[in-house]
Design a protein around this ligand. Sequence first.
Ligand code: BGC
Length: 732
Amino acid sequence: MTKDKIEKLISQLTLQEKVGMIHGNGFFVTKGVERLGIPPFRTSDGPRGVRKDFENDAWKDIGLSYDYVSYLPCNSALAATWNRALSHAAGKLLGKEARGRGKDMILAPGINIMRTPLCGRSFEYMGEDPYLVSEMVVPLIQGIEENDVAACVKHFAVNNQETRRLDVDVDVSERALREIYLPGFEAAVRRGKVKGVMGAYNKLRGTHCCHHDYLLNEILRKEWGFAGITISDWGGVHDTGEALMNGLDMEMSVTSDFDAYYMAEPLIRMIEDGEVDRKKALAKIDEKVRHILNVMDKLHMLGGDRCAGGYNDYEDKAALRQAARESIVLLKNDREILPLCRKKIRKLLVVGENANRQHAPGGGSAEIKALYEITPLMGIQMLLGGNTEVVYKPGYYNEDIGNIWADSGDSENGQADSLKQDDGAVQSSPEPAADTVSEERLRRQKEMNERYLQDALEAAKDADAVIFVGGLTHDYDTEGKDRADMKLPYGQDRLITELLKVRPDTVVTLVAGSPVDMSAWLDDVSALVFSWYAGMEGGIALAEVLFGAFNPSGHLPETFPVSEKDCPASAVGEFPGGDKVCYNEDIFVGYRYYDTCDVATAFPFGYGLSYTDFVMTGIRAEVIEDTVESKGVKVSFDISNIGSRAGAQVAQIYVADKYPRVKKAAKELKAFEKIYLEAGETREVTLMLEREAFTYYDEESHSFKVDAGSYMLLLAKNAEEIVDITEIEFEV
Ligand code: BGC
């Protein structure tokens, strides 16, 4: 459709019709205009798959049988693969199923930076590094949008905590904003050409992000050239005039009084009552409608051949299995306990409630009605078959409090209640939820834990091998609240400690979406594996890693600090803050802080072991144009697999300014590649560093700048393991 045709459509629309297109007329849909062939715009969550369908105006599961979908690895798992192709494959499946379900926009991916490991939604995001996020999000978006479905990156911007998420006011320096919190969104827009951006609930420097002129008009549209739709988070709009003027195209919420939304009747009244310049207001509304029609046109919603989408197919299943496999991070294998040899195990003890738990239906708006979810216990059983006796003991007691986000009774639905305070009144700034665990529940928990613990210890005595599968659940990794600390819940520290006393060869496996504190037993464990909410194939992928059918190659997309107290947001900045939260740690987020300030970590950013060994040497660099405005640097090195089995290593290139003129992190990730090598194979690898690899944001000139001078290029296995260094010089 040509521009002219879109303009013609706009000229034929009444004000009522236009307003109908820019706010929700159902929880996930806007009004169409039938007489002009403009369909309603249908959105759906979310990041781990296409969410189930709700009734239009009640948070009730319609109860369809055809909204069971693929359950994808959560974003932190995808990021842990460091594999762009897998990110693309996951996006492609997400887009295909979204389209198959008749959706126009999928409310994903979430890419807020992990500023603190305590953020309840860390599992929905891609870790702590803006470069890794950018590299992984672009193929994900492209995959989604290949299916005539819009992706929608969220939550723009600085939505880094759940505590008081609806209106906590973030104060962050312009430099940290530009270097840490925005690059993922910029890559999504400039390189990924994403068609949707969701505003964040919180405020930035005093203004709500869903109608933030600087974020939406200045940065997103003018600087980055965003041509798609800006959509509010559900209930994230607070002012009609600001929403009208400051760059929001579509308002959505969780309440069913659709006509009362800020960009509905109140907007029309505002214009009719002359509270705004009529001409300006109408032009702004036209602009919003134009953005929407443009996207509809690109998605072939206004005519033309539209992709039909589809459902999980054989090859999709394989891609999901591969993504789950590659996301699993081997953290310790001191005595080469792993991989376990199935032939030597006649009786296997599996301990831990997470071995037997399905996580798809939890977490908030990322909940999924999964086609199936293979648990670790099922995966192990599937792999070992009838030749091994698998004994399962829960080991700790997790009294399931129920997933409030998934319950269908209206009043119990987390989403319906997400804007409410305790007395039921809608408020804009809920206090963090009080701890509602009753004395009675705690007592029961303790008693049951003790019983389960003794039971597991007893069973461990005559087992040939013991695998513990614990970690977190969506009672902790969840939308709407942050964790109080990084401790493992349900008495797991004690259980792991006791198990290791009885069986020092116990393989400890953690399933979670964010880092946990392992200090109680970390020195005593020899075999330690971290798995995420890795999707429907997660359990079998984990089994394959544990028994050596797959050689692990996941690397951490975020630092695992020893404790949350070490994390820069808590140690230097503020977390969770009060009404306001000051990001005083500035650009020193994640490894930028631990590295520069020499703070010990449990496991560094980028860390991950393999069952084989790699040697990387001979880093050499060639400056293509050696001026400050240089076009880039070519970096080469050699990598060999010196072990006896095939595997993959993530080679990481960090840049360090040797004599920085402004404060800078000790080093920053600027390139990476996941390299698969057969046993004994050696390969030369060449990567390109663009100008951006050497820039920092200069607040005075409001631009990214490169200083002349010497830069070190560090070839690394992770942020703390540099294996080779070279230097380059930029001249003025
Ligand atoms: C979440 C969004 C989600 C929206 C719609 C909000 O609570 O913050 O990420 O897309 O609900 O379900």
